[in-house]
Design a protein around this ligand. Sequence first.
Ligand SMILES: [Zn+2]
Length: 369
Amino acid sequence: MSDHSLDTLQTWIRTESPTSEPAGVNMMMDLVIAELTGAPVSVERIPGQQGLGDALVLRAGPRTDAPGILVLSHLDTVHPVGTIEADLPLRIDGDRLYGPGVYDMKGGAWLALEAFRQVAVLEKATRPLVYIVTPDEEIGSPMTRPLIEALARKSACALVTEPARDGGRIVTSRKGVGRFDVHVEGRPAHAGSRHRDGRNAIHEAAAQILAIEALTDYARGITTTVGMIAGGTAVNTIPQHCRFPVDLRVETVADGVEMEAAIRGLVPRNSDFRLTITGGMNRPPYERSEGTDTLFAHARAIAAEIGFDLVSSDKVGGGSDGNFTAALGIPTLDGLGIDGDGAHTLQEYGLISSIAPRRDLMRRLLETL
Ligand SMILES: [Zn+2]
């Protein structure tokens, strides 16, 4: 890999860009545009909404109505501004490049942008190339989902640059993700003098949480998790309110429908409590289709030419924007980004040696699909 390539990636990592900091995300978008100076690429910049940064739609290759190749990268990260100064400094240790967002997914976005640019400059594309760079993936893509889906419908396939899995495995299926908020309302009372009058919202929530967690069924790949809880106002007051979110993962669309109904349909154990449940499936399951099988076989053959064995991981628990394209029936390959480990943690790193071969894979995919 050239010095310019590694230098630029390091500049990207120094440019901290958590989803909630549109200024940082927009600086990232500026850096992407700067890389395309002089290349035959059209740049559409979509202003951020809902307090988010901007999105980019980059177009190259033949300007025809033929179904194109859609590339998806996000440039928001989960790490707050300041992480690079303190907890996760940018550093190189052997083959490892450490820094916030290097693995998820600035490394992947960088290698795909290099490939996209090369194919555009050399005029090697046979299909229209559309590259969407987003500011909001880490919070479930509330702003860019409609854009992704609209452009996916016009595409022959989608290539997503989320991080590779252990040993460079790519991703050909992902679980669907549901998110819910549960609010339990009881009746407050003094814990000493009026205990009998109280209806403890935390107690009722505890029973509901047991029911929700009991929906987990590993054999079907269904999991439910209550990962946070908030309730009560004082140690000596029977609490009126308790709130908690629910994380749901499913492997099939049918299971998503069933589990959504089960969670939304929970009722309080007695009429002194009120239960309000909002939310639902947020990312549909990305089920491996025949089209994705064909796409994978093609990518595997290219990887063999480049000199590595491309393997698909088992179904992945985390969702991505690939869930949206796959759910529309568009053949989708994900996990095409950098290899490494530690996504969303302070041990996050990418493997420098994985960048060049995976950039070449992306370039060949853009030329041959
Ligand atoms: Zn990601």
